[in-house]
Design a protein around this ligand. Structure first.
Ligand code: NDP
Ligand code: 8X3
Length: 250
């Protein structure tokens, strides 16, 4: 039986991945800050070995002690899904809230590297494992208000590439998934709880769903062991890249 550790398993992509891998017969380590959501997820799979971790990925000591204290059956992690993350705000840089920027850096960048650094050494010893990072199309393509969020995902892209380089002599795989428009709680969080505005973002579209991403995460991990899917960039059919912005004087 294989083991996957999923950060951000209380919602959206992470929860869909937990359900998908549980159905595939994997052991699940599910992390998030909302304990009640982890419990109800575990309740859906009474026959699955399921370890709940209430944890903020921004707290380095909590991450390190979680890894050090994993029950024996959950210690051999086959896949680390670094999914916890968020965007906060859509305002131009000159108006953005610096606290929002710091929260994105602390979560999307520092949380992801902390988990990776805590789990990687044991993977290297076993010469087996897969790190799947949740990047974004925002890490490649700029858009108004993307500022620090997009930059944090550009970090995830290049960190993933550099991990592959450091790990080239091992059997460990690294994949960066880069989704576009996807309907989860992401926009509600980004818009600071404004559900009406969040709904507007998806109006008239058929966005990516959590299940779509779970399918992709499962596919990259199911590839033959000598194959590494480096990057998956995925958008809904209704989305494409914007033209360059040009400001013209009156
Ligand atoms: P959701 O808001 O639905 O889920 C985000 C998850 O991250 C929650 O489970 C939340 O758990 C967890 N999380 C956030 N902050 C922390 C923290 N400090 N510590 C621990 N867990 C945390 O959004 P998505 O499922 O859409 O987002 C998942 C990932 O996908 C993110 O990295 C996001 O940037 C990325 N992404 C999303 C896209 C989209 O359009 N939806 C597109 C491209 C990428 P809890 O609050 O319980 O701690
Ligand atoms: C989320 C996708 O396009 O809202 O990473 O930035 S987007």
């Amino acid at each position: 039986m294989k083991t996957i550790l999923i950060t951000g398993a209380t919602s959206g992509f992470g929860r869909a991945c937990a359900r998908r891998f549980a159905r595939e017969g994997w052991r699940i380590i599910a992390c998030g800050r909302r304990a009640e959501r982890l419990q109800s997820l575990a309740d859906e799979f009474p026959d699955t070995p399921f370890h709940q971790v209430v944890m903020d990925v921004r707290e380095r000591a909590a991450v390190e002690s979680m890894v050090a204290g994993l029950p024996e059956d959950f210690q051999d992690i086959d896949v680390l899904l670094n999914n916890a993350g968020l965007a906060l705000g859509v305002t131009p840089a000159q108006q953005a809230d610096l606290d929002d920027w710091e929260t994105m850096v602390d979560t999307n960048i520092k949380g992801l590297i902390t988990l990776t650094r805590a789990i990687l050494p044991a993977m290297v010893v076993r010469n087996r494992g897969h790190i799947v990072n949740m990047g974004s199309v925002a890490g490649t393509y700029p858009y108004p208000g993307g500022n620090v969020y997009g930059a944090s995902k550009a970090f995830v892209k290049q960190f993933s590439n550099n991990l592959l380089t450091d790990l080239v002599a091992t059997g460990i795989r690294v994949t960066n998934i880069e989704p576009g428009l996807s309907e989860t709680e992401f926009s509600i969080i980004r818009l600071h709880g404004n559900r009406d505005k969040a709904e507007e973002i998806y109006q008239g579209t058929e966005p990516i769903t959590g299940d779509d991403i779970a399918e992709i995460v499962h596919w990259v991990t199911a590839a033959p062991p000598h194959i590494n899917i480096n990057t998956v960039e995925v958008m809904p059919v209704c989305q494409s890249c914007a033209p360059f912005l040009i400001h013209r004087s009156e």
